[in-house]
Design a protein around this ligand. Sequence first.
Ligand code: PGA
Length: 252
Amino acid sequence: MRKKIVAGNWKMNLNLQDGIALAKDLNTALTADKPNCDVVICTPFIHLASVANEIDSNIIGLGAENCADKSSGAYTGEVSAEMVKSTGAQYVILGHSERRAYYNETPEILKEKINLALANGLKVIFCIGEVLEERESGKQSEVVKSQLEGSLFDLSVEEFKNIILAYEPVWAIGTGKTASAEQAEEMHAFIRSAIAEKFGNEAAENVSILYGGSCKPSNAKEIFAKANVDGGLIGGAALKVADFKGIIDAWK
Ligand code: PGA
């Protein structure tokens, strides 16, 4: 059985004190009422080490939102996969549409990041998804297939076991416009079939594919009920314990 996962992506929100407080409150809430799925919070780099001290790693996993495409050296301002791992984090989000759009992260750059993350023992939450124009011209399958091919298809089946996929239609991120459960399921099924073609049926059956884009307590249950949806990658609603827990509870 593949893992059910709800992962939060804090993005560039919350200062250190507010981030620690949120992590602490979430840990308290989930210790009192244990989740039925894996829960991960992905925080800004500077929060990681402090947040690691506040959470029970048996209940909440910890991840970064990015890492460098180089392993070490003279790259001022960058944070390596090894550094991320050394904070106690176990995950890293790579390929988020905001990184692709605003920081020019290409499939080739993402491939380097993925390789370094895996080499340092991190699990990768790899994001894919089409923009509105691509959806309107019916190109969504083509787009996600080429995102998969461009960054993941040189991995071995063994390496691929540490990949979690997140389908995030860009038009649904932070817009309040969620994909319908049917639209999500159609894309997730397509993604799983592309993985089966490349890595085999077992890899496809075992990979968790999360939905992301304006996921909220009010729509999570319907989306997560679909056969190929294994959870969510949550932005805005991960910044409030009640909302994030509401989404986690969709698995109950
Ligand atoms: P959102 O963001 O839930 O705020 O739409 C999701 C994401 O970008 O991961």
